[in-house]
Design a protein around this ligand. Structure first.
Ligand SMILES: Nc1ncnc2c1ncn2[C@@H]1O[C@H](COP(=O)(O)OP(=O)(O)OP(=O)(O)O)[C@@H](O)[C@H]1O
Ligand SMILES: [Mg+2]
Length: 134
């Protein structure tokens, strides 16, 4: 399974952005505050419905907008999946899988599998043995 494309609308500093992940590996490069972490945050939200930044949905929506969308297309061995998360400044978020709104957000989890590793996890390799082995 891999994330083939991402489309975000009114999310953080992005009005409308489509990204295709065609290569086996992708490196995001850009100036400070250009939106690299925001893009990764969008993927994190699709995978876990959470942001490591611990923010409210209204903080994720572009200033001045009332609704934001994060859409992803997953390529699998024998099928594709379309994921869509809608965030609202007022009202609940909704999740959609392959065109169908899901009543239980739990059913959205585990469709996109992602592993996040960042500088806050460096203790896993540089920490004391008791930290590394717990
Ligand atoms: N809700 C929002 N509406 C509009 N812009 C936002 C919103 N939330 C964050 N931003 C903007 O997103 C930008 C920061 O993006 P991000 O953190 O992804 O940058 P970055 O490329 O990772 O930068 P760095 O290299 O410093 O880590 C800032 O300009 C900030 O103002
Ligand atoms: Mg960043």
């Amino acid at each position: 399974m891999y994330l083939q494309s991402l489309y975000i609308e009114n999310f953080r500093n992005y009005s409308q952005q489509k990204v295709e992940f065609n290569a086996p590996k992708t490196i995001l490069m850009g100036n400070n505050a250009q939106g690299k972490s925001n893009l990764l945050e969008a993927v994190e939200l699709l995978a876990t419905l959470n942001s490591h930044r611990k923010v409210r949905d209204r903080d994720l929506i572009q200033s001045g907008a009332s609704i934001a969308h994060i859409c992803g297309k997953l390529e699998r061995a024998i099928s594709t999946d379309s994921l869509k998360l809608t965030l609202r400044r007022q009202g609940h978020r909704t999740v959609n899988l392959n065109g169908e709104n899901l009543r239980r957000q739990m059913d959205f989890l585990g469709v996109l599998n992602a592993v996040q590793f960042s500088s806050v996890d460096l203790d896993l390799v540089r920490g004391s043995p008791d930290v590394r082995r717990c």
